[in-house]
Design a protein around this ligand. Structure first.
Ligand SMILES: Nc1nc2c(ncn2[C@@H]2O[C@H](COP(=O)(O)OP(=O)(O)O)[C@@H](O)[C@H]2O)c(=O)[nH]1
Ligand SMILES: [Mg+2]
Length: 197
């Protein structure tokens, strides 16, 4: 049965790998730097304004939020990276938690939506993340966020830069998305549902 995305609830906020759901359901994870618009994307896609907390001060906690979608799969909000004011200890926790998410036994990540701020373009951290996913053979696609921000000319150039980056696999697909205007909402939802099987 096709999952009803409106029936999404926060299942667990995990700071430890032992708290990750281990029921074998598919998991579609959202990855990206702090402030890229992950929480806003979740709210837009599930059709609720304030369900996932949109941060005023980004990057405070290193936790993974597991959203149960209609009892059928998980939408996984990975901790954001690239936040300059993070301490070395927090960076270590980020790496350990993220790595255990992808490598632990019984890991059931089926695909990753890699969020990239369209106007900012790929950061070094984004490139590192894309390399990590490619090396582990994790299927992924790119969601270019805040597509409302660049003007028309910037937009074409930014999209071209993404598509021609050696870090972006030709097959992975790039969706332009804006939580503000709703652009790309249906396309992102389709990518997520397809990835969840
Ligand atoms: N202009 C614009 N701003 C956005 C968009 N999505 C998120 N933001 C803003 O970017 C900031 C970070 O958003 P958030 O969803 O909390 O990002 P997260 O840290 O990746 O979860 C907030 O101030 C949002 O209002 C978008 O599509 N367009
Ligand atoms: Mg967030």
């Amino acid at each position: 049965m096709k999952p009803n995305i409106a029936r999404t609830t926060l299942k667990v906020t995990a700071g430890l790998a032992s708290q990750f759901p281990a029921d074998g359901r598919p998991q579609v994870a959202l990855s990206g730097r702090s402030n890229v618009g992950k929480s806003s994307l979740i709210n837009t896609v599930i059709g609720r304004k304030h369900y996932a907390r949109v941060s005023q001060s980004p990057g405070k906690t290193v936790t993974i939020n597991f959203y149960d979608v209609d009892g059928q799969f998980y939408l996984v909000d990975l901790p954001g990276y690239g936040f300059a004011r993070r301490s070395p200890e927090e960076k270590r926790r980020w790496s350990a938690l993220t790595d255990s998410y992808f490598t632990r036994e019984g890991a059931s990540v089926t695909a990753v939506a890699q969020l990239v701020d369209l106007k900012v373009g790929l950061t070094r951290d984004d490139e590192t993340m894309l390399t990590y996913l490619a090396e582990r053979g994790v299927p992924h696609f790119i969601v270019a966020t805040k597509a409302d921000k660049p003007n028309k000319t910037e937009r074409a150039a930014a999209l071209e830069a993404l598509l021609s980056s050696p870090f972006v696999q030709k097959s992975s697909g790039v969706v332009l998305f804006s939580s503000l205007t709703g652009e790309g909402k249906d396309a992102v939802l389709k990518m997520i549902l397809d990835a969840a099987g």
